[in-house]
Each structure stands twice: as C-alpha cells, then as structure tokens.
Design a protein around this ligand. Sequence first.
Ligand SMILES: [Zn+2]
Length: 156
Amino acid sequence: MITEKEIIVDGQRIALPSRHVWDSFVTNPIYKGVPVYTKNTKNLVLDLIQLIADYPDYFCLGLYRTSHVTKSWSVVPLLVRNEVWRRVQIEHISCLFCEWSGRIANPTEPSLYFSVSDEFAALQKAFSLDRLPCPKCGAELPRHAVWVESRMISKT
Ligand SMILES: [Zn+2]
C-alpha cells in the first residue's frame, strides 16, 4: 500500500513515502512504477535510508521527478525544524581544528535547487540560514551546516 502524502517545498511538489515504504525500497526500489535509485545512486540512497532510521525526528526523504533525470526518481533529504521542511545535502566532514568528524546537513548545495522554479531565491534563502559550529570545539566548520551529528561515527 503506497501512501500518497505530498508536501510543497520551494514551490515544488515532493512525494513523502513513509519510513516503512522507504525500508521496503531496500529490497524493491520501485515507486509508482519508476525506480527510486539506479545502480549508480544505490549506495547513496541506501545511506540516506539509514540516516532517516538513525534520526527519524530530524529527517524525511522525499521523491520528485525532473525532466533532466528521467530514468528514476530524484531523492532528496529533508530536514524538518519547527514544521519547516528544508532540502539539504548530507555530507561527511571533519573539523579543521579538532578531531571531530561526522555528518552535517548542508542546505547551500546548488544542485538541490536545480528543479525549483525560483532556484536563485531558494538558494539565497539557504545561505541566509544560521551556520552551526563544530559540536566538539565550537570552531566554524568548513561547510554550511544547519544540522550537525553530535556523536562520533565509528566506521568499522
Ligand atoms: Zn572542532
């Protein structure tokens, strides 16, 4: 059973499958007859499915179609704060001043807005958001973060 929840972000309609549906994409990545990921984007999307499992209070994953990506849906992580949905890019970065490294959500990646009707205004708004510092030492991070993972990742 597919849920039909949709939201409008930056003037664009985005489908918002439930976490349960996202979990099913791990084994059957088809939504409304169209692939959710391709061989090239599979690992990226599986990482994002893990992210919403790790941080269900912060993130959802949305799906939209664009004219320049026709083979599959485009997947976008959305950070929700104070009932505002914001598209973000999840990045792994390291602090330049201490040993912290982890994931951040960066709203200023231009490709996030390629399919938005007023791409420039949406990007300007993203740049105006407050930047979060390193969660460990408080220094400025090398990328624009509106969410920072506070625990250390131990990749094994
Ligand atoms: Zn630091």
